[in-house]
Design a protein around this ligand. Sequence first.
Ligand SMILES: Nc1ncnc2c1ncn2[C@@H]1O[C@H](COP(=O)(O)OP(=O)(O)OP(=O)(O)O)[C@@H](O)[C@H]1O
Length: 285
Amino acid sequence: MEIIFDNVSADFQIGPIRSPLVLHSVHLKIKTGTFTAVVGHTGAGKSSLLKAMNGLLIPKEGKVLVGKKIIDSRRNKKDIKVIRQKVGMVFQFPESQLFAETVEKDICFGPVNFGVPEKLAKEIARNVIKMVGLDNDILFKSPFSLSGGQKRRVAIAGVLAMEPDILILDEPGAGLDPQGKKDILTLLKNWNQDRGMTIVLVTHDMNDVALYADDVIIMEKGRVAAHTETRTLFSNNELLNQYSLDVPDVRRLQMKIEKEIGLTFPHVCLSVEDLAEALIEGGVV
Ligand SMILES: Nc1ncnc2c1ncn2[C@@H]1O[C@H](COP(=O)(O)OP(=O)(O)OP(=O)(O)O)[C@@H](O)[C@H]1O
């Protein structure tokens, strides 16, 4: 299922007052089965872009299409309901929204609310808890007795229980230790590669962009400044400088090797394995 933004401008309604535009004339196509990172400075509109993907932010002008369903200023409730189910949103620190006595109840809440019978919801809970790499017995524990990383996984399992086709996540690694963050991002990458799940995530970490994302969207002042393949971005110094974006550590190392020993690589390396292979092929080691 793809996501299309057709000339979307949006603002927030705060009581009777409307905020300035937070999205300006956004045109975008996120293809089915891709893993896309959204980057940009603070306040650039990354979270707003995500919210517009699942109907939490309604366009003032233009429309968002998710498959055949439309979100526009007419606010078609039926379409928005389907989109909210198809596009699972994982907020920043999603574990802060865990509330039930047990993990099982927490995970079943969404599906039951959408009319799924309780028995089936419990079966779904067993499936999704496995998908996030946790054991079944955790289902009967209090979510509040879990570690930070376990809570994050349970919260993501709660979103997966709605059986979304697309998963959008606002900094899913925030606040986790490096291993916990790596585990979560690896899970996402596996779902993307093995199940074809479309993933869109906001991150500030260019190492993660290099390792996990196929495509990158650069947001600036509510606009899509660029939408490009990851390798293309990291080979385009002009674009990186223009939006003051860092390069991943492995790319920095590659650039140093290029400069110091005058080696020309056939492509931009995005992982340590990638760089090692290129060095072996180039006869350097
Ligand atoms: N609920 C809201 N009501 C009014 N304005 C908002 C709301 N949420 C965000 N904004 C405004 O929209 C703009 C974009 O914010 P957004 O959260 O999308 O940026 P961001 O790129 O995700 O930033 P960060 O990296 O700091 O999370 C900002 O100017 C912000 O003040």
